[in-house]
Design a protein around this ligand. Sequence first.
Ligand code: 13P
Ligand code: SF4
Length: 326
Amino acid sequence: MTSDNLKDEILKLKQERRAVILAHNYQRDEIQEIADFTGDSLELARNAVGVDCDVIVFCGVNFMAESAAVLSPEKTVLLPAEDAFCPMADMITVDFPRDLRDSFPGYEDTPEYLFPKEFTLREIKSRFPGIPVVTYVNTTADVKAESDVCCTSANVVKVIESLADDEVICAPDRNLSAWAAKNTTKKIISWDGYCHVHDRVRMEDIENARKKHPGALVMAHPECRIDVLELADHVTSTSGMLRFAGEKDEGTEFIVGTEIGLLYRLRKENPGKVFHPLRRDMVCPNMKKTTLNHLYLSLKEMRYVISVPEEIRSGAKKALDKMLAI
Ligand code: 13P
Ligand code: SF4
């Protein structure tokens, strides 16, 4: 099938199934183009609650589809690429440590100390009894169920500030925790997880990009290291970057410190502005797994259905609802 035929078939099936296609800002251009809604993690979580449909096709990674299934149990949630996962989400477990090296082809040389193999969320909780746990939405549903409240890169500080306690456990992204710690007076107990796409950025990357594009504004995602974030002009989520760029004058140049999928919307929504990736290798292989063909087969064969066992779903929903209420 040609890509035009595929698109027609997807749109036809979408109507027949009363489906809505949600896509993360990091998806391939053609997926973003055909989606009903594109957004950051917070916007997509909100959308999963409010959208009127029978089927949600979630073009993203599995924790995102899982969150949609937690929030909308009456809908069928489909993940078109069955193996699209977030390595950071797998860096934290409730009960038993996983050997993450198997999930990181090509990352075998990652230092062992980065993997929090020796602890589990329950162990950390028992070390710090009574201290609330804030988990990033990039976690599995059972980890969310074991948490007090969830957060995204867009609302982490707001969520932490909403809690009465002076100390907070923040997991699993050490970089997001460091960013939150800088922006709150509360003490943050952090996990040692990270996003391999954002964590690879170094201060020299910003310095080199600024030399190459003098005058350009640097936007960076809080999953980058804190020393990198300190050099940026604006630190925010993917949709925060879209808003920031949208407010600037025509002709403004930007250096984009996040996964390169965001460049599609930035350029489309701001034709008079110029966007440069901070590093061309800021590509999340899992976010790129979903193709038009996956989307077509997903709607045609109603695959892959994502569901969450009720005892986990209710706990995870509490943590997500609490976040959405903030
Ligand atoms: P946001 O879109 O919420 O900024 O999330 C970034 C991310 O890495 C999602 O996997
Ligand atoms: Fe996970 Fe990073 Fe990919 Fe987002 S970009 S899905 S945090 S690995």
